[in-house]
Design a protein. Structure first.
Length: 147
């Protein structure tokens, strides 16, 4: 049995490594695909998601988050993948996110921290509902149960 498997393995290797002409190589190669470039805004969103995950862990430990950050300016200045994204409505949603972020980061009472954190996550989802729905399931995983 072991000899048959080894023989089959060697047979596969021999056939897979056989020489083909350049024309055969070209005919069998898949069409070249270009990977989509990640926009500045998409990279920023990934950074924001990572930061929210870190804050979530801190809150789950029963601790307040002592941090300050200004994403608003970077949000409205980052180059998006589609030019029609940066509208006054987008700027308003970015401002709403920043306000909810500021409220969360300045919270001094732990009893209000989870609600404040979840409001920040809701601000993310609200914007994504209008512009890019794909990440919403991932963002929803950031919520913290208020039970």
């Amino acid at each position: 049995m072991k000899a048959k498997i080894t023989g089959l393995f060697l047979l596969v290797i021999v056939f897979s490594c056989s020489q083909m002409s350049d024309a055969e190589d070209a005919a069998q190669m898949p069409i070249s695909m270009k990977m989509a470039e990640v926009s500045e805004l998409a990279r920023l969103m990934k950074e924001m998601h990572s930061q929210a995950k870190t804050w979530r862990q801190t809150v789950l430990k029963g601790e307040l988050v002592a941090d300050t950050t200004d994403f608003y300016a970077v949000l409205v200045m980052s180059k998006p993948s589609k030019k029609d994204i940066q509208t006054p409505a987008f700027q308003g949603m970015a401002k709403h996110y920043q306000n909810s972020l500021d409220a969360f980061l300045s919270e001094k009472e732990y009893s209000l921290t989870i609600s404040s954190y979840n409001n920040m996550i809701s601000a993310c989802i609200t914007c994504h509902e209008g512009y890019c729905t794909g990440p919403i399931p991932t963002i929803k995983k950031l919520y913290i149960s208020e039970d």
